[in-house]
Write a protein that binds this ligand. Structure first.
Ligand code: SF4
Length: 63
């Protein structure tokens, strides 16, 4: 399992991460980001892509 952390003080809810890892990140009905904090290793590539694309550098993978 890998642990995902999003700094909600930085996140601007743009949603780019949702496109990279849609099983991990989603925008809720209020367009606020929600995410799964513990995901399977098979999602690592997608989460890393989300880390790279986030314009606010808000996403972190905690080992
Ligand atoms: S890409 Fe970054 S700023 Fe945008 S919703 Fe995801 S975590 Fe938030």
């Amino acid at each position: 399992m890998i642990k995902v952390e999003v700094d909600m003080n930085k996140c601007q809810h743009y949603g780019q991460c949702v496109f990279e890892a849609p099983t991990v990140f989603k925008l809720n009905a209020e367009d606020k980001l929600e995410y799964v904090a513990e995901v399977d290793d098979s999602e690592r590539d997608n989460v890393e892509a989300a880390v790279d694309i986030c314009p606010m550098q808000a996403i972190r993978i905690a080992q």
